[in-house]
Design a protein around this ligand. Structure first.
Ligand code: TXA
Ligand code: MG
Length: 385
């Protein structure tokens, strides 16, 4: 049930103690998870939770994920101890509304396969005596929870004995941070502490799943692929992906409220070339778009994935090549996901005004990659018909 947490580095241990102190005082701290860096606060403290929204300048109607270090800690949220229900010292008490303080059984398969890890599940919000600050769920009927695999994230929940509400630790709208320097850039004067745990291994946020619906719905594609969820069989075989996660428009009514906001956006405009049968033609189109940018003296960024070659579009233009950022993200879905947000930030730092991105197939890790890119894109070049 409770994973063993080992932190061997004394500096990290000291940072964890400092962080736990700050959390207990209702302050927020940034910490690494395997997906992206999170900005955490005590999920039971409204002062703490509000400090997250303030630091990120996050819209108040966008709920936060609650991070725990064990299933026991999660059950403690579902069955809050109070005078009417906690009579026997067990976690499986029945509260006054008749809800068991247990994680709904439907999640058993999902939890044993993907936790700890980059999967977030929606759970019923306790209707009475909820220990969570109401700001965490921002008016939604369910709350989101995740047991991260990163030892520092686990240790922080464990040492502080607190469930931690934590969104990604970027300024709202920016690409999510995948290393401590990204957090520093966005939030340097707004938060008291960043724990540096090196670069994140997944690089994209967790998959958000509502298994309390039939069929289950993926509200946000992420680190765990939809294919991997469907492989569990049973009810999970029929898992659907919410339409909201495909849209790049903000006009739709989102099921995961965060999906309606412009997201993951570098300052540069992003032009996304969808993968498809005509991809080779896109290469020519991208090349001519890149070349024409010189007419405006514009610095151009290029994010290559599977077929575009280094130097695409700049072969004839040495001066442009010098000034432009040309990033190869790698060909594998995992590599592309891991490097994506850092590449967008690097190109911004290089001062490019437009980034041309070679899209990938929307399968496996590609679904989450393309979801983030669509939200970042000003223009999507797609095949019609
Ligand atoms: O990997 C991750 O999930 C990272 C790390 C730090 O754990 N966190 C993260 O949090 O990406 P955030 O706030 O940037 O994204 C959370 C997403 C948003 O789209 C939000 O709307 C959705 O989860 N969400 C959170 N609580 C929800 C709820 N109660 N009902 C529906 N959607 C919810
Ligand atoms: Mg976020």
């Amino acid at each position: 049930d409770s994973p063993t947490i080992r932190i061997d580095d004394p500096a990290t241990e000291e940072a964890l103690m400092d962080a736990a102190d700050l959390l207990c005082q209702g302050k927020c701290v940034a910490f690494p998870t395997e997906t992206v860096y999170g900005l955490g606060a005590d999920a039971t403290s409204t002062v703490g939770v509000k400090s997250i929204f303030a630091a990120k300048q996050r819209p108040l109607d966008n709920p936060l994920i609650v991070h725990v270090s064990s299933l026991k800690q999660l059950r403690g949220i579902l069955a809050p101890t109070n005078s009417t229900s906690a009579t026997n010292g067990h976690m499986t008490v029945t509260n006054t509304e008749g809800n068991e303080g247990e994680i709904p059984e439907v999640y058993n398969a999902l939890i044993s396969r993907f936790w700890p890890g980059s999967l977030t599940i929606l759970l019923p919000l306790p209707t009475t005596n909820s220990p969570l600050s109401s700001s965490v769920s921002a008016g939604q009927p369910k709350f989101a929870a995740r047991l991260p695999s990163h030892p520092i994230a686990q240790a922080l929940c464990h040492i502080s004995s607190l469930p931690l509400a934590a969104p990604s630790a970027n300024a709202s709208g920016n690409p999510s941070p995948t290393c401590a320097a990204h957090v520093y850039t966005d939030l340097q004067n707004r938060i008291p502490l960043i724990i540096d745990g090196g670069p994140c291994s997944v690089g994209l946020e967790s998959t958000v799943v509502d298994g309390l619906r039939d069929p289950p719905v993926v509200l946000r594609p992420g680190g765990v692929s939809v294919e991997a969820i469907r492989e569990l069989g049973g009810i999970w075989a029929t898992t659907v992906v919410s339409a909201a996660s495909h849209e790049d428009s903000s006009s739709i009514i989102p099921e995961a409220p965060g999906m309606k906001y412009k997201h993951y956006s570098p300052r540069a405009s992003v032009v996304l070339y969808e993968f498809g049968a005509r991809t080779p033609c896109w290469k020519d189109l991208a090349r001519s778009n890149i070349l024409s940018a010189q007419n405006f003296n514009a610095k151009v960024g290029i994010l290559r994935t599977r077929t575009w070659k280094a130097g695409i579009g700049v072969a004839m233009l040495d001066s442009l090549r010098q000034e432009s950022g040309d990033h190869g993200l790698g060909k594998g879905g995992l590599e592309i996901g891991r490097g994506l947000f850092a590449a967008l930030r690097d190109l911004d730092d290089a001062g490019v005004v437009v980034i041309h991105v070679e899209g990938i197939e929307e399968v496996q890790e590609g679904l989450a990659v393309m979801n983030r890119l669509r939200k970042a894109a000003s223009v999507v070049v797609r095949k019609v018909g």
